[in-house]
Design a binder for this molecule. Structure first.
Ligand code: G6P
Ligand code: MG
Length: 214
């Protein structure tokens, strides 16, 4: 059994993907093109600036000026922050709290490993700011997933070897990052999309401690 579990935040603990989507869509509309839900899949787990690059390429827009790009990303983030500031603990995904409490009762350490710089704001909104043993977020890393940095840092701070960790991820880039970190990985979501994970669950509802037994 894994000694520690590291959870991605967006799409695993909470469904913030819909707010990212709304904000990117709003930016695309301002720039004069449509951004669909299918396009949005490509942004999951991807850092803010990389997401902007993908968005611009979808719109067929080329911007070379870095400061212009920064301004667009900031605009999107301001809208996103407006949306997530309204979040409540009701938005924690089904079964998540039961599973986290089950891990705690079994002495399994828990951490957050997220690329988001808004991690603390979200955790505060959903009442989980002081719940995790370790939080590694976008403000503490220099390399985005699929680089394993975020998960390796979490393991280090948890004082657990990477091989003894299980990662929970909803994004392809995140699954690759976990594998590169030599960790076990459970995909949360669609089986076909997440086929590289060691196991895939559709949700946390009814999940047992066996899920992290390897
Ligand atoms: C997560 C999300 C991405 C998001 C990234 C950065 O990985 O899945 O969609 O772009 O975090 O989030 P931030 O809140 O810092 O813009
Ligand atoms: Mg995610």
């Amino acid at each position: 059994r894994s000694k520690a579990c590291i959870f991605d935040l967006d799409g695993v603990i909470v469904d913030t993907a819909k707010y990212h989507y709304l904000a990117w869509k709003r930016l695309a509309a301002e720039l004069g093109f449509e951004f669909t839900e299918k396009d949005n899949e490509r942004l999951k787990g991807v850092s803010r600036m990389e997401s902007l690059e993908i968005l611009l390429s979808i719109g067929g827009i080329r911007i070379d000026d870095e400061s212009k790009k920064m301004a667009l990303a900031e605009k999107k983030n301001n809208w996103y922050v407006e949306y997530i500031s309204q979040m409540t603990e009701d938005e924690i995904l089904p079964g998540v709290m039961d599973f986290l409490n089950l891990l705690k009762r079994n002495g399994v350490k828990i951490a957050i490993g997220s690329a988001s710089k808004n991690t603390m704001l979200i955790l505060e909104r959903i009442g989980l700011k002081d719940f995790f043993d370790v939080i590694i977020d976008g403000t503490k890393i220099t390399r985005a997933k699929p680089d394993p940095e975020v998960f390796l840092k979490a393991a280090e701070e948890l004082n657990v070897a990477p091989e003894e960790c299980t990662v929970f991820e909803d994004a392809i880039a995140g699954i690759e990052a976990a594998k590169r970190a030599c960790m076990k990985v459970v995909g949360v979501g669609n089986r076909e999309t997440l086929k590289d994970a060691d196991r895939v669950i559709e949700s946390f509802v009814g999940q047992d401690i066996e899920l992290i037994e390897w």
